[in-house]
Design a protein around this ligand. Sequence first.
Ligand code: GTP
Ligand code: MG
Length: 171
Amino acid sequence: MAFLGRSNVGKSSLLNALVGRRAVARTSRTPGKTRQFNYYLVNGLLYFVDLPGYGYAKVSRSERERWGRFIGRYVSEREPLQLLIHLIDSRHPPTDLDLGVLELVKGGDVPYVIALTKSDKLSGNGRTRAEKRVQDLLAGYGIEAAVVLTSAETRRGLDELLDWIDTLTTT
Ligand code: GTP
Ligand code: MG
């Protein structure tokens, strides 16, 4: 399964929290830390793939375009990909690049879950609003997918996310 989301959204942190170890994937305050596809074998059964973040301003336009094409192919053609976990910052409206991911997902048949990250930074009301905003967006795209409020800090939503991983993958 692959973790996809804009730069600095918290992909590496969430992956570490799910695996239950501190330093499996490298995290950083500096966006653009993950620049390659990093594969982590979990329980000898499946790979978590930490994808590079998108929308990182310091990356050249041509590099960004190449990345976009590559990710597009990766999610639409990559047969071993069992689940795409799309991370969106719970504090902000989805970006144009997030909407681009929805476009890709809409046309494909990869199982898909949205994890709203850093939900520890929001109040209860804020979390409810963030969840509703994304659910409404999905409805507009005609995509049926679970939306899970998560936090790598408080571990909110991690059990629920693991349940979805269990349900949607076949290993
Ligand atoms: P790139 O590899 O650059 O694409 O970033 P990434 O998506 O892997 O983000 P990363 O996990 O490195 O986290 C970015 C920053 O957000 C770090 O400073 C993390 O400590 C912080 N962060 C990640 N998850 C959480 C969370 O659940 N809560 C809070 N409060 N901060 C978080
Ligand atoms: Mg990273």
